[in-house]
Design a protein around this ligand. Structure first.
Ligand SMILES: NC(=O)c1ccc[n+]([C@@H]2O[C@H](COP(=O)([O-])OP(=O)(O)OC[C@H]3O[C@@H](n4cnc5c(N)ncnc54)[C@H](O)[C@@H]3O)[C@@H](O)[C@H]2O)c1
Length: 249
């Protein structure tokens, strides 16, 4: 029996790296993304994948994704809720349309996909892995919508873990620090990149593969007694209070 993962936002970045690691470990992967062109390109270069061009914020799309995946693989062993959008700006620039754009993908999408996969995950006693952010663990400027959406994903992880535990479904969350992807590069200037290096004990950005390693581990049997946990994969950023560059030796 070949295990099957659904990875949302799989056309690039952390989602694509996660897809590749699942494939390397012998899983098959339903790759969901709303960017049909990019998804067709990367899915065409891989075996044992099902490209699913859908939007995680649309309930009809999400139900269709579950049907299409089950028709293809007959099972769902893991759901990785990775699709996300980053739109940053001062509170005054967050008109309601922007607020909703961030919430509908980052928060509604996680709720909809998890709810829709629940029956199939009960069958396999499978796992859900949500991608939050260090912006959901610590507040910052310019992220009133993004940070709030990610903090909500952290709470949603615990809610689902509490309710699904009796079915053997584990639900965990990875909170990435900065990773050089198209999403972060669109919003991180050279000054921001330098400031992140200064604030992170490991002194650098993470790689997509470093994220994928923890995501796939938490979805695997190796993590069979881990649920309801938030794991920051962030070079030490979250743990550091007085980490001022001026205090370094
Ligand atoms: N890159 C970072 O520094 C960083 C840091 C913290 C958290 N994260 C989180 O990690 C996740 C992945 O980030 P990334 O940097 O790889 O992003 P990315 O922008 O490179 O890739 C995200 C993918 O999700 C897809 N997507 C977006 N909205 C969608 C929707 N509604 N339905 C279907 N697909 C959708 C996009 O088309 C894209 O292919 C996101 O949830 C992001 O918030 C990233």
């Amino acid at each position: 029996m070949t295990k099957c993962a659904i990875v949302t936002g799989a056309a690039r970045g952390i989602g694509l790296a996660t897809t590749d690691l699942f494939l390397k470990e012998g899983w098959q992967v339903a790759m969901l993304d709303r960017d049909g062109e990019e998804l067709a390109k990367v899915a065409g270069e891989r075996q044992n994948v099902l490209p699913v061009v859908r939007d995680v914020s649309n309930p009809q799309d999400v139900n269709a994704m579950v049907r299409e995946t089950l028709d293809w693989s007959g099972r769902i062993d893991a759901l990785v809720n990775n699709a996300g959008v980053a739109e940053f700006g001062p509170v005054a620039d967050h008109d309601f349309t922007m607020w909703r754009r961030v919430m509908e993908t980052n928060l509604d999408g996680v709720f909809l996909c998890t709810q829709a996969c629940a029956e199939a995950l009960k069958e396999t006693r499978g796992a859900v892995l949500n991608i939050a952010s260090i912006s959901g663990l610590r507040a910052s400027t310019l992220r009133v919508a993004y940070g709030t959406s990610k903090a909500a994903v952290i709470q949603l992880t615990k809610q689902f873990a509490a309710e699904f535990g009796e079915y053997g479904i584990r639900v965990n969350c990875v909170a990435p620090g900065p990773v050089k992807t198209k999403l972060s590069m669109a919003v991180h200037s050279p000054e921001i990149i330098k400031a992140y290096h200064d604030a992170i004990p490991l002194n650098r950005y993470g790689s997509e593969d470093e994220l994928a390693q923890v995501i796939v581990f938490l979805c695997s049997e190796k993590a069979s007694y881990v649920t309801g946990q938030i794991v920051a994969v962030d070079g030490g950023f979250e743990s550091t209070g007085v980490g001022l560059p001026a205090l370094r030796v």
